[in-house]
Ligand binder design. Structure first.
Ligand code: OAD
Length: 241
């Protein structure tokens, strides 16, 4: 658990900030029971990303990819936001200038009530048409395989940014703005291994922000942080309020 003096330093930094940005990863949803990617029971320990989360995999076997997303949708639909997601909502309420950047696709930040956010890796509850590119919300569990577009009847894909795909330009622009203008960046529950998100802490730091990491364990990013707190997101984040 984090040292008390570090916690009070961070609490003061947050209280004194005029603009706050939060970057989250799978660790914030781990406290809701959603598996992470690289932990002991992480998804990438049991499944090969190349078979399931690339455009090539979808082209090769869309049924297999949809079955995997169906399984994840079934799992996530039973989970609820936890006190860490709720603390992020409260931070949004307290700051005029606030932005949440999440790598999570589970939708739990939205379910908790976050509204100022970029879901940079997409959202598992959204589909995108492979032909007309229409994006739609879809909460069917299970989703009929293979799902087709209500407009043009072509194949739908999950609205997820897969390995080898670029982030959406509009998301990147909004993130750059939030990282460059913030006084404090909180980096919560991410291993800091997947770019471009893994580079966001250094962008904010170079722009002059105080950058703090809240994670169960040290990460490759810990060295560049102004402060690195170890503990569970659901315990640490509410302490900052
Ligand atoms: P990872 O699974 O790589 O890392 C999760 C991090 O959360 C680890 O550093 C854990 O130590 C930490 N953690 C676990 N439980 C925690 C808790 N209760 N409180 C705080 N921290 C905790 O997940 P991400 O960093 O989110 O991409 O992975 C980044 C991207 O890689 C994901 O968005 C996904 C994946 O491939 C796509 O799906 C495109």
């Amino acid at each position: 658990m984090a040292a008390g003096s570090d916690l009070s330093l961070l609490k003061n930094k947050v209280a004194g900030a005029r603009s706050l940005t939060v970057l989250t990863g799978a660790g914030i949803s781990a406290d809701s029971g959603v598996p992470t990617f690289r932990g002991a029971d992480g998804l990438w320990r049991n499944f090969r990303a190349e078979d399931l989360a690339t455009p090539e995999a979808f082209e090769r076997d869309p049924r297999l990819v949809w079955e995997w997303y169906n399984w994840r949708r079934e799992l996530i639909t039973t989970k609820k936001p936890n006190p860490a997601h709720e603390a992020v909502v409260e931070l949004e309420r307290r700051f005029d200038r606030f932005w949440l950047i999440t790598q999570n696709v589970d939708g739990l930040h939205r379910a908790a009530g976050s509204t100022k956010l970029s879901e940079i890796h997409g959202n598992i509850w959204m589909t995108r048409c492979t032909a007309c590119h229409r994006i739609s919300e879809n909460h069917e569990v299970p989703i009929p395989i293979l799902p087709t577009c209500a407009d043009c009847r072509e194949l739908l894909r999950p609205h997820i940014v897969w390995f080898g795909e670029a982030l959406f330009a509009a998301d990147l622009a909004r993130c750059a703005e939030a990282l460059e203008r913030c006084d404090v960046l909180l980096v919560v529950g991410t291993s800091g291994l997947v770019y471009p998100a893994a580079g966001f802490a250094s962008v904010a730091k170079e722009a002059g922000a105080f950058v703090a990491e809240l994670n169960l364990e040290p990460t490759p990013q810990s060295g560049l942080m102004d402060l690195s707190l170890q503990g569970r997101a659901k315990e640490l984040l509410p302490l900052l309020l």
